[in-house]
Design a binder for this molecule. Structure first.
Ligand code: PEP
Length: 249
């Protein structure tokens, strides 16, 4: 039985004061929740602050990105070991905003996944098709390519040391959520792609859905057999809404 996992991606939002209010609110809201792993991914500058705010709670810390390099002359980059040092458990890898706005290729994403594993972090590999790709009927080919690039880099057995988030690009931040059937269909395809290479990895790996998850649509999505939780963007910026989504899991 796979554990449910809910990860909040704050994106480039927050401030010292706003983070304190959000995290204190969240900590107060989730006291009744059991059996779900919860993590939040603030922007890099606030990782240390949020680490302090969540100390002693069930909430874990994650980063939204990391460098594909270990250390050295890479100005502006943040290495996996630094994130581990700051108390991160998770690191998002290949979020669609990184792929589309910052040109991250499948190869770079695979290097980042490997770098996260190397530092003992749990990489959360984001995959998903654009609206055009879905209309053209290439959804399965796109997610297979994105996943296989990482499998080729680290080997299939290492995939279960990470998490995979299926995030259809057309659903991220748009208010348009994949239907539970649409999401389940792609999650099942991801599991089958892995099963063709290693059954135990396919059974073990947690698959999250992301893309306009809200308090009122979370339960139905998380009830699907191959959906093990969610990656939550906008809705993770409200303590009450994010807690409600965690409760749905
Ligand atoms: C995300 O940023 O990963 C995401 C799923 O965003 P939203 O929930 O706002 O669609």
């Amino acid at each position: 039985m796979r554990e449910k996992l809910i990860i909040g991606n704050w994106k480039m939002n927050g401030s010292d004061a706003a983070n304190a209010e959000l995290v204190q609110g969240l900590v107060a809201e989730i006291t009744d929740i059991e059996g779900v792993r919860i993590a939040i991914c603030p922007p890099f500058p606030y990782l240390a602050q949020v680490r302090g705010l969540i100390a002693g709670t069930m909430i874990r810390l994650g980063a939204q990105n990391l460098s594909d390099r270990a250390e050295g002359a890479f100005t502006g980059e943040v290495g996996a070991a630094m994130l581990a040092d700051l108390g991160c458990t998770f690191a998002l890898v290949g979020h669609s905003e990184r792929r589309s706005l910052y040109g991250e290729s499948d190869a770079v994403v695979a290097d980042k996944f490997a770098a996260a594993l190397q530092a003992g972090l749990t990489p959360v590999l984001c995959v998903g098709e654009t609206g055009d790709e879905r209309r053209e009927g290439t959804t399965h080919g796109v997610i297979a390519r994105q996943l296989q690039a990482v499998v080729d880099k680290v080997g299939v057995s290492k995939i279960a040391k990470g998490v995979i988030a299926y995030e259809p690009v057309w659903a991220i931040g748009t208010g348009e959520t994949a239907s539970p059937d649409q999401a389940q269909e792609v999650h099942q395809a991801l599991r089958q792609l892995l099963a063709a290479q290693d059954h135990s990895v396919a059974d073990a790996v947690q698959l999250l859905y992301g893309g306009s998850v809200r308090a009122d649509n979370a339960a139905e999505l998380f009830a699907q057999p191959d959906i093990d939780g969610g990656l939550i963007g906008g809705a993770s910026l409200s303590a009450a809404t994010f807690a409600s989504i965690c409760r749905s899991a």
